[in-house]
Design a protein around this ligand. Sequence first.
Ligand code: FES
Length: 377
Amino acid sequence: MHTNDIPARQPTRGRDTAVPRATLALLPVRIFFGVTFLWAGLDKLLDPTFLDPSAPTSLHAQLLEFARFSPLGTLIRETLPLSSVIGLLISVGELGIGIGTLTGLAFRVAAAGGFVLSMLLWLTASWATHPYYIGADLPYAAGWLALAIAGHGGVLVPARFDVARNEATPSRLSSPTRRERRAAVAAGRQLPRVAAAPPSPERRLLLQTVTLAAISAALASIMLPLRVAGILVERAGAGTSPIPTGPGGASTPTPISGATAPPGSIAVGTVSKVGRTGAATFTVPANAPAPLPAGDPGVIVRLADGTFVAFDAICTHAGCTVEWDRADRLLVCPCHEAVFDPEHGAAVVSGPAPSPLVALPIVIDATSGQILLTSRT
Ligand code: FES
């Protein structure tokens, strides 16, 4: 080697390729969260009612309910006119969070997004859940925070998505210093060619975030025709579903078949919507006339004989919202496990609830298949 030669700088060694055990331990959480958020986004985009403010199961109806007890109630009411836009942003955001978490594309941005979304859900949808540890959103938020801090560690991530690895392994020789340049000129030698500087880690993360947003938006736009098809099927189903007759009974609300809607009736569901799963939820509109429980969640159930009943979904024990157990065909409270039987006027089957769920009067419009909530008077 000539003494005037500029010693070639060795690229710094890449980081240790061994994956920390803690990163591997987070892999099941990462996969579960990624798949769950991806599915949640697709589910919302394919639901023909989620973005329709007039639908009883829409985000709009859910926000109305959340506003009753959430500490963000004022903000929720202010944003109600934008509920469809918010619903679309949530759906696309969940797609992006799921894709980023599973692939490693803008991973930390996706995990931070999951944390923010879970916290918002905790402050709205889960706020009334007591005790707090049986709600799902707070544990999700904690899990997302752990993923955002730990990163993906390069596990199951294409090399080009790995910002940290690219940062630790320069793709070029370093630029010569001024002294090296002077020595090279004095020796009549050419300076080594320097490759263009690679983008900074921040720039790479920004590019990845933009790419992730574009992929999510593209996927959402593909869902749109499927959603429109779902709406058409829904409407066709509403027009052809047989309308059942009511059984009557002292404790069971009696739907009226083929009725002309009484004045002031409020559409809260459709026969076809309930028929798919055996039950459908709705929110009693905030402007519902007394004594209807304005703002309360409600549930419509299709009974074994094909008739329909509706109940206030507020548990009579401590006010949690009951859920439909499709397998056992019962209404179950997630808080202290009270169980109600809709076949018998929502009578208490087990648990601490002191009384049945409150029955809500409904009428079925035979022409449209709509289920209408009526005033008791
Ligand atoms: S609130 Fe306690 S069982 Fe429902």
